[in-house]
Design a protein around this ligand. Sequence first.
Ligand SMILES: [Zn+2]
Ligand SMILES: [Zn+2]
Length: 401
Amino acid sequence: MKKNIIILASLLIMMMQGNVMAAGGAVKSPTGIAPDRYVYYPGTEALAKDEIRLFACGTGLPAARRSQAATCWLVETGNGDKFLFDIGTGSMVNVAALMIPYDFLNKVFLTHLHTDHWGDLSTLWAGGWTAGRTGPLKIWGPSGATEDMGTKYAVEHFLKSFNWDATTRNFVLSPKPGEITVKEFDYKAVNKVVYDENGVTIRSIPAIHAGDGPVSFILEYAGLKVVIGGDTFPNKWYIEHAKNADVAIHETFLTPEALVSLYGQSPQQALGVGTQIHTSPQAFGKVMSTVKPRHAIGYHFFNDENTRYGVYDGVRETYDGPLSLAKDNMVWNITKDNINIRMAVSPDEAWSVAGPTKPPRPPARGTVPNPITDFIKAGRWNVEDAQGPMIKEFKKEHNMK
Ligand SMILES: [Zn+2]
Ligand SMILES: [Zn+2]
């Protein structure tokens, strides 16, 4: 209940922020339903062929918190494809609440390799493996200035660091969904296609952030264009290639003032981080008033009562077009005629649901070495009396030998 009130309050704030069109409509009968809703109930709406649904699964900072996970965007296209752009720390809990089968969540595009943009890969990798993904996870990401700064290296060593996890799961689950394939592309490529399937094209452009490697992505589908900026200082590539975007996402950081008073930074540090490494609200506004998207989305700051108005005022000094200052669980339904903005509402207890395809069978007995030695096995305490009858009953019910 409390959560719903918070969501409604955020929605009202969102509606006050510019030309946001929320759904609405009068209730005609005391026993009828509200014709249009201010909220999106995951799993209840079919996506039209020419529609894109964009979901904010993470809009915050590296220090993830309950109300804001780190960066993650889910793009669902009307042809049935789903793309995760970044998978920052904590973001998978928001994705899980959408009740999408993990088998449909197998494409991840990384803008760069800061933890707040890929820290929750472990959750998608292992969680999806145990919960029904049928094949390898596929990752697209940029190269780096050297081999050890690229996506391929990162994922290779990610798998090495989770060797215990993979080895123990491989004994009881098919190893296929535990694999990760990486398509690494040149971070310097300008507007080059990195993905082109089933009517969806994704291109990358370089971004300017912290070191060589970061990129932004441009997704096009059904004549619609969504630009997913990762972390970046305003740059010439975004200005040129985000033009004509239906939705343009770009980071906007906390004001230097807020970084000092709320984040404990020194004034020098605050100016450096807030205006040189990241994009200030004023600079974000300048980018958007130059690019002129149908709708602009700013994110990558703690979006609270005591921060958002400072960011908003800064943006409005230089941009007066349609704007969302994104929070986690915001949803944009994008068509040629309309951009509908709502908050997703689902219970904290929501699980992912099973997909139409069965996961591959686990390896046959004896083909994979048991990761438990006889020494540990010999420590098993006999609970046959306690669970024996239940096991017998279960086997009978499922025709098991
Ligand atoms: Zn970063
Ligand atoms: Zn970041």
